[in-house]
Design a protein around this ligand. Structure first.
Ligand SMILES: [Zn+2]
Ligand SMILES: [Zn+2]
Length: 291
């Protein structure tokens, strides 16, 4: 499976050369329904998980109805696979040591105080997993179905991104305002067509907008953290189709196909979950926020 983003309508660095040093690679994941194996990169599992390693659980309080026992139960909740990314597919990942696969799980709840699903990240070396866990534990409690990803294969594709305009200096923001981007204001054209790729992605820049940009500092070494993974609620909007890959152009025109959100994930009603990693060490704890 391959997905190809059309080239941007113009080279923005030809208009605003100050943006050139801010270019960053991002890898669009383009999740689509499929049947990945534990040896594949995927969204929604299955994970390459060692039989001898405890499955991660969320320790917050959960209640669920057990239909076999016909009673309400409470306790910790087995987390759900969200993404598994092999470095061979997403080479901008920076693994520790010999690790070559990154696994993300979450609990399908918006727990207080942040009202977002708690996330856990694991790095592992695929060659060391010889005895595979056959059946992961069932996630008994689900607050929102929108946090239960549909199983998808991915089609990683590298693109170039520039910062959200809120992350640019005042002078650059003003130049964008003054620039005539053709059919719309330069600022809107930059925001929608030239800066950030929509959809699930690794690396790149953060899709700010729900709040002003907030610097994320590592809890261990205080370094400024960088975007690791963006989990989106949509890969395109019906009126903004320039980021739709060539291979999806036909189906994007079919109303209700749902392909623009194949994993069926909605982050707090249509936002993004942005995960960050410390550039000094992948073993320092990650952070995340909703945008
Ligand atoms: Zn939980
Ligand atoms: Zn750190």
């Amino acid at each position: 499976m391959r997905r190809t983003t059309p080239p941007r309508p113009i080279d923005v660095t030809a208009v605003l050369p100050q943006l050139a040093p801010l270019a960053r690679p991002a890898i669009r994941l383009h999740p689509r329904p499929g049947s990945p194996t534990p040896l594949d990169s995927s969204v929604g599992g299955p994970l390459l998980w060692p039989a001898g390693e405890p499955w991660p659980h969320c320790d917050e309080l959960h209640e669920w109805y057990d239909s076999e026992l016909d009673e309400w139960r409470e306790g910790p909740n087995a987390m759900l696979p969200v993404a598994q990314l092999y470095v061979r597919d997403v080479p901008l990942l920076r693994p520790p040591g010999q690790a070559d696969v990154l696994q993300l799980l979450w609990c399908p709840f918006e727990h207080e105080p942040d009202y977002k699903p708690p996330t856990r990240l694991f790095w592992r070396s695929a060659a060391e997993v010889t005895d595979l866990l056959a059946v992961p534990p069932v996630t008994a409690a689900v607050e929102y179905d929108e946090y239960v990803p549909e199983r998808c294969v991915i089609a990683p594709e590298e693109v170039t991104e520039f910062p959200h305009s809120l992350q640019l200096g005042k002078e650059l923001q003003q130049q964008l305002e003054d620039w005539n981007g053709g059919q719309e204001s330069g600022a809107a054209f930059y925001k929608h067509e030239l800066s950030l790729a929509p959809g699930w992605k690794a690396g790149g820049w953060t899709p700010w907008g729900l709040t002003d940009p907030i610097v994320q500092n590592c809890a261990v070494c205080d370094a400024e953290m960088t975007p690791l993974l963006t989990i989106a609620s949509k890969e395109w909007h019906s009126r903004r189709l320039s980021w739709v890959p060539y291979e999806d152009r036909d189906i994007a025109a079919v109303a209700g196909s749902g392909v623009e959100n194949s994993p069926r994930v909605q982050i707090s009603g249509g936002n993004h979950l942005q995960l960050y990693v410390c550039p000094e060490s992948p073993e320092h704890p990650h952070s995340d926020l909703i945008q």
